[in-house]
Design a protein around this ligand. Structure first.
Ligand code: UDP
Length: 238
């Protein structure tokens, strides 16, 4: 590959992306493919950090809607993200890519605590850093955690791997007329109420000039193309 367009990236993977065609949990073949794509990018010399979601296992809001205490449900959601982080670590390490899981909640037997400077050190040494437990606070999402970590580690760009290959004018699954935006501003995203990330995450990126690329994680090779600076997905910036 030509020289990568970015030196350090923060990749946000939703928990649902790990399910494949299933309805719950982690599909081994899917996570192995993602691990392979991440390794390709790391092998190209790009420093990679990942924030992983937990929606394939537990979503706080859904359980709160059923009557559970929201904060407790959110803590369970954060624990679900740690499970996904360990699954991804296992998959990348089986390919020979060194990695560390850092958790925003203390679970010292299975993950390092989140320490910003240590995370940066791991990245500089070529290790994949997987951030688990979101922000460590209930009432937030892993999209917000990803925006926050992207800023904290001084990532050049935040990449959001989703099921669709960018941001559309409408839901492309239900509306065949929907058009993909090649670029947008954060203010447009908020004004048009486009479903990119929650408003907290968007505002954080906007206020700190963190560019975001939304792309399809299901499209083989898309991650490498994004990192190479090719026209893939939708670019959102300030
Ligand atoms: N969560 C939280 N605080 C955070 C990040 C996540 O409370 O900073 C909880 C929340 O309950 C959420 C769950 O963890 O529903 C899983 O995260 P998310 O829904 O963002 O995962 P994704 O949709 O990316 O799979």
């Amino acid at each position: 590959m030509a020289r990568p367009a970015y030196q350090r990236i923060l990749l946000k993977l939703s928990g649902e992306a790990l399910m494949g065609d299933g309805h719950y949990g982690v599909d081994r073949a899917v996570i192995e493919r993602m691990a392979g794509e991440i390794k390709e990018v790391a092998d190209a010399g790009v420093q990679v950090a990942v924030v992983i979601g937990g929606g394939n296992i537990f979503r706080g809001m859904a359980k709160a809607a059923e009557g559970m205490d929201r904060a407790t449900a959110d803590y369970m959601g954060m624990l679900a993200t740690v499970m996904n982080a360990l699954a991804l670590q296992d998959a990348v390490e089986s390919l020979g890519l060194a990695s560390r899981v850092q958790s925003a909640l203390h679970i010292s037997q299975v993950a390092e605590p989140y320490i910003r400077r240590r995370a940066i050190r791991h990245l500089e040494r070529g290790r994949l850093v997987i951030f688990g437990a979101g922000t460590g606070n209930p009432f937030f999402t892993t999209d917000t955690a990803a925006s926050l970590r992207a800023m904290e580690i001084n990532a050049d760009v935040m990449l959001k791997g989703t099921k669709v290959d960018g941001v559309y004018t409408d839901d492309p699954v239900t509306n065949p007329q929907a058009m993909r935006y090649s670029s947008l501003t954060y203010t447009e995203v908020l004004e048009k109420n486009l479903k990119v990330m929650d408003a907290t995450a968007i505002t954080l990126c906007r206020d700190n000039q963190m560019p975001l690329i939304v792309f399809s994680i299901n499209k083989p090779g898309a991650l490498l193309r994004v990192v190479s600076g090719e026209d893939e997905g939708t670019l959102v910036k300030g």
